[in-house]
Design a protein around this ligand. Structure first.
Ligand SMILES: CC(C)(COP(=O)(O)OP(=O)(O)OC[C@H]1O[C@@H](n2cnc3c(N)ncnc32)[C@H](O)[C@@H]1OP(=O)(O)O)[C@@H](O)C(=O)NCCC(=O)NCCS
Length: 214
């Protein structure tokens, strides 16, 4: 897809519902039966950890076809000050036009902007086969562990300035906005059209990746 086709712009309040619908469609049955990423985004935007300057949508022919949102988290070191890092997610693209560079365009655009804004590093949970292409590396390299103090294959880190994590290590603690209250979620999800929850092969792959902790 050429850059001329695609507009990357900050998300506006008027986009919120359409973007949540897009996120729901993109994630549905992919990692678990159903999904809650649209609710996470809904909550994240109201959280103190939300980074509005890094909240973007991709628009093609007047339609929103992709989105990315960022939040602040911390790396909590033993006997050290907490260090602020940022994380992206959810990030999603309309299913029908995935694998045409839109996700990469959103990620690259916002990584460059985050670097220019002076953030230290990005920490995410995701598939290394995809995110390594953006320079993300297994967090173990920096002695960064999960909140419950394990190394995890899915936990990946990108220094936004060379050496910015040299003296940073510890447990990555993501924003509390990612914690979902199931009753609130059920009420919220019921405001969208009904969709069938199903098992899918992609869920098995996700479970394997998520279980790789040591
Ligand atoms: C992940 C996502 C945002 C990528 O956006 P996209 O526009 O489809 O991706 P791009 O066209 O920029 O990149 C496509 C490449 O990424 C790879 N890729 C995409 N998702 C991948 C994944 N989950 N695991 C491994 N590779 C993946 C494709 O194989 C393709 O590689 P290739 O170019 O070598 O063939 C999009 O596929 C999506 O919305 N997926 C569903 C939601 C999701 O999983 N979000 C990420 C949660 S961590």
């Amino acid at each position: 897809m050429s850059d001329i086709d695609l507009i990357i712009r900050n998300e506006q309040k008027e986009d919120y519902r359409a973007v949540e619908q897009l996120v729901r469609e993109a994630f549905w049955n992919l990692y678990v039966p159903g999904c809650n990423e649209h609710f996470v985004l809904h909550n994240l935007r109201k959280s103190k950890d939300f980074v509005p300057e890094l909240d973007f949508v991709a628009e093609k022919d007047g339609q929103i076809v992709g989105q990315i949102a960022y939040s602040r988290g911390i790396v909590r070191g033993n006997g050290r000050e907490d260090e602020e890092v940022i994380s992206f997610g959810p990030v999603s693209v309309l299913r029908a036009i995935q694998r045409r560079g839109i996700g990469s365009a959103l990620i690259t655009h916002t990584i460059d902007l985050a670097r220019a804004m002076g953030y230290l590093a990005i920490c995410i949970y995701g598939d290394p086969r995809y995110y390594s292409r953006f320079g993300l590396r297994c967090a173990e390299k920096y002695d960064i562990r999960t909140a419950d103090d394990k190394f995890a294959v899915a936990l990946q880190v990108l220094e936004l300035k060379q050496g910015s994590l040299r003296s940073v290590s510890g447990r990555y603690v993501e924003s509390a906005a990612f914690t979902v209250d199931e009753a609130d979620f059920a009420q919220y999800d019921a405001t969208f059209p009904p969709k069938e929850k199903k098992e899918a092969e992609s869920q098995r792959e996700f479970r394997v990746l998520a279980s790789l902790r040591y």
